[in-house]
Design a protein around this ligand. Structure first.
Ligand code: SF4
Ligand code: SF4
Length: 376
């Protein structure tokens, strides 16, 4: 095992390979407050990449309802139980074991192989809230019954569990953008990767007998376009871009700004230790202890910053980059009352006003001699 720096844990940790960060790291932000669980992302991904034989249970993208939704069943609660307790100190340092540090003798990571039936119900727990409303209760104000939708894809981790566990060295991380891929000609289907991925985002194909995972839509990325699941998102909850190397963050890169500078988007289960690169804006209505277990320390500050966005043009401008262009936004700026995004060639790709223009038509249209309803 080598000693590598995990910036999400704020400490060094053990990993089977040396630290080797890509030139820039593919990263995503998902705003959980905006997801409506329409599953458009799921279908867009499925029809693009996994409609073949042996891929019936494969969802590179899925959307589950927390707290009771899982795909595969129990993926996170089971691993959390195996990992045991861990604490975050006041400095934001994790004092507990990662999946690599808790690996059983002779193995590279702590994990488990889901049973076949765990993949049988992708929408298990959908729309089920935490707790129930007592008989006779009626709505008075904000109530304490909650749930939220959580979209999930491969995290293209900085320290992938799948890559660490593969005995064939069939999994690799691209130096140019950090996308994690399986070389299927090397894979022999041992499923060590499925066992070791803490997010269960690598799938075994029973027909081809090799492992398959999200490829980050790299043919699109290479054309300067965001992945299918991002482009098609109805709720405009997603933004994909690139994170700079730690210490080289740029204020005008929306990913650097939202994740590393303002810290309003947080990693999912950072305590697993893989340094995942899908970051979530936490749901504002969910009990903080639950969120802290899921997204680590900094939840309270992230929510406070998110709520301040209407009064903070720079932050609001970064949030307006979500879902408004298929292009990958590499730089952004505030220009008067508009947010402007630039692509990799630094050409303007999108311009969004802070306030939606408002038009009101006359109730009575003299020209056509008609009355109009819904006039604004
Ligand atoms: S398309 Fe967007 S809003 Fe719809 S389920 Fe997927 S992430 Fe949520
Ligand atoms: S989420 Fe899982 S499959 Fe994706 S890179 Fe991380 S460990 Fe590998």
């Amino acid at each position: 095992m080598s000693k590598v720096k995990n910036i999400q844990l704020n400490r060094e940790m053990e990993y089977p390979y040396e630290e080797s960060r890509p030139r820039r790291q593919i990263a995503y932000i998902f705003d959980t407050n905006k997801c409506i669980a329409c599953q458009t992302c799921t279908v867009a991904c499925k029809t693009t990449w996994t409609s073949g034989k042996g891929q019936e249970h494969t969802f590179f993208n899925n959307v589950e309802t927390k707290p009771y939704g899982f795909y595969p069943h129990g993926w996170d609660v089971k691993l959390l139980g195996m990992l045991g307790p861990g604490e975050w100190d006041g400095e934001g340092t994790y004092n507990g074991k990662t999946i690599f540090e808790a690996a059983p003798p002779g193995e590279r990571a702590l994990g488990f192989l889901p049973e076949e039936e765990d993949y049988a119900s992708p929408n298990l727990g959908e729309d089920i809230s935490a707790g129930s409303v007592p008989q006779g209760a009626f709505f008075q104000n904000i109530h304490n019954i909650w749930m939220f939708y959580m979209a999930r894809i491969c995290n293209h981790c900085t320290y992938p569990g799948c890559l660490a566990a593969c005995p064939r060295k069939a999994i690799y991380k691209r130096p140019e953008d950090g996308i994690v891929l399986v070389d299927q000609s090397r894979c022999r289907g041992y499923r060590e990767c499925v066992k070791a991925c803490p997010y269960k985002k690598i799938f075994y194909n029973m027909v081809t007998r090799v492992s398959e995972k999200c490829i980050g839509c790299f043919p699109l990325i290479e054309q300067g376009e965001q992945p299918q699941c991002v482009k098609t998102c109805i709720g405009k909850i997603r933004l994909q871009g690139f994170l700079s190397k730690p210490g080289e963050e740029k204020e005008d890169n929306p990913l650097d700004y939202l994740i590393r500078i303002r810290k309003i988007a947080l990693p999912l289960y950072p305590q697993f230790g893989t340094e995942p690169n899908v970051y979530y804006i936490p749901p504002v209505h969910v009990p903080r202890l639950f969120l802290k277990q899921m997204f680590g320390p900094g939840v309270e500050e992230a929510i406070a910053a998110y709520r301040s966005a209407p009064r903070d043009k720079k932050l609001l401008a970064a949030l307006l980059m979500f879902g408004n262009t298929p292009k990958i936004i590499q730089r952004y700026a505030v220009e008067k009352e508009e947010a402007v995004g630039f692509d990799g060639m630094l050409q303007e790709a999108v311009r969004v006003p802070f306030t939606e223009p408002f038009f009101q038509r006359d109730f009575f249209d003299k020209k056509h001699q008609v009355y109009r309803h819904n006039i604004s």
